[in-house]
Design a protein around this ligand. Structure first.
Ligand code: DGL
Length: 265
């Protein structure tokens, strides 16, 4: 038993899509979330800058004595997880591995589309890991930088969100993919658009589901689940405007959260 909280972070509101899965799969756990909304988007910033940000965030989360850290951001996972894992004395997981296993289970025609930030797509990590498992798989990738800002502005379910999503996924559809991996945690917030745009034969993979499963497995295996009947109390911190974050939280969860502003730099 370990009643400490789980630290979760992202460049902004995208990681809330992972929080949503944690709420579903581990309803008794408590979360401390940090959204780096002031410095978002990460996707096109220099690697060194993102690495510095992630180190500051991990230090902040560690100051709450969290029992585990979830990097709810593909970009930060790709850039920083290896080094953080070596430095930390608590378990840390990211969102990339879950995407691979889910995509392999989902595709029928071995044509997989990956959408993510510029860093994520340039890293070719998904392609490398997928081909390692099955060299017959064809991967078609597309960086979709605008989708993060649109989600941060709460504009996913507007014409702007719809046409931006359409613009980005059209070429993947033309390549005949039957599976599209949301390799950026913000993109789940555009799910309604993808559902409208994509034929129902094209499946959307949301790695958050597998990430929460991995989290659950680790906590169970290490005997670290929270074990008390008191209602979990979650905490939310942001580097930008608190009310903007809380508004998007409300859109996702239909309830309010009180986010607090902190300056990590
Ligand atoms: N949500 C993040 C990801 O999964 C980062 C998006 C960004 O800040 O560019 O990559």
């Amino acid at each position: 038993m370990d009643n400490r909280k789980i630290g979760v972070f992202d460049s902004g509101v995208g990681g809330l899509t992972v929080v949503s899965e944690i709420y579903k799969q581990l309803p008794n756990e408590e979360i401390i979330y940090f959204g780096d909304t002031e410095r978002s988007p990460y996707g096109s910033k220099p690697k060194e800058t993102i690495h510095m940000y992630t180190k500051q965030i991990v230090k902040f989360l560690k100051s709450f004595d969290v029992k585990m850290i979830v990097i709810a951001c593909n970009t930060a996972t790709i850039i920083s997880i290896e080094e953080l894992r070596e430095e930390l004395d608590i378990p840390i997981i990211g969102v990339v591995q879950g995407a691979i296993s889910m995509a392999l289970l989902t595709t029928k025609n071995n044509k997989i589309g990956i959408i993510g930030t510029e860093h994520t797509i340039k890293s070719e990590i998904h392609e490398t890991l997928l081909k390692k498992e099955n060299d017959k798989i064809d991967v078609f990738s597309k960086a979709c930088p605008l989708l993060v800002n649109i989600a941060e502005e709460g504009l996913s379910d507007t014409d702007i969100g719809f046409y931006a999503c359409k613009h980005y996924v059209d070429s993947l559809v033309q390549n005949g993919v039957d599976t599209i991996v949301l390799a950026c945690t913000h993109y789940k917030l555009h799910e309604n658009n993808f559902k409208k745009i994509l034929d129902c034969s094209i499946k959307i993979v949301d790695p958050a589901i597998k990430t929460a499963e991995n989290l659950s497995e680790i906590l169970t295996e290490k005997n670290m689940l929270r074990c008390t009947h008191s209602k979990p109390i979650h905490e939310f911190y942001v580097s930008g405007v608190e009310s903007k974050f809380s508004e998007i939280y409300g859109l996702i969860f239909n309830e309010n959260c009180k986010a607090k502003k902190v300056d990590l730099s």
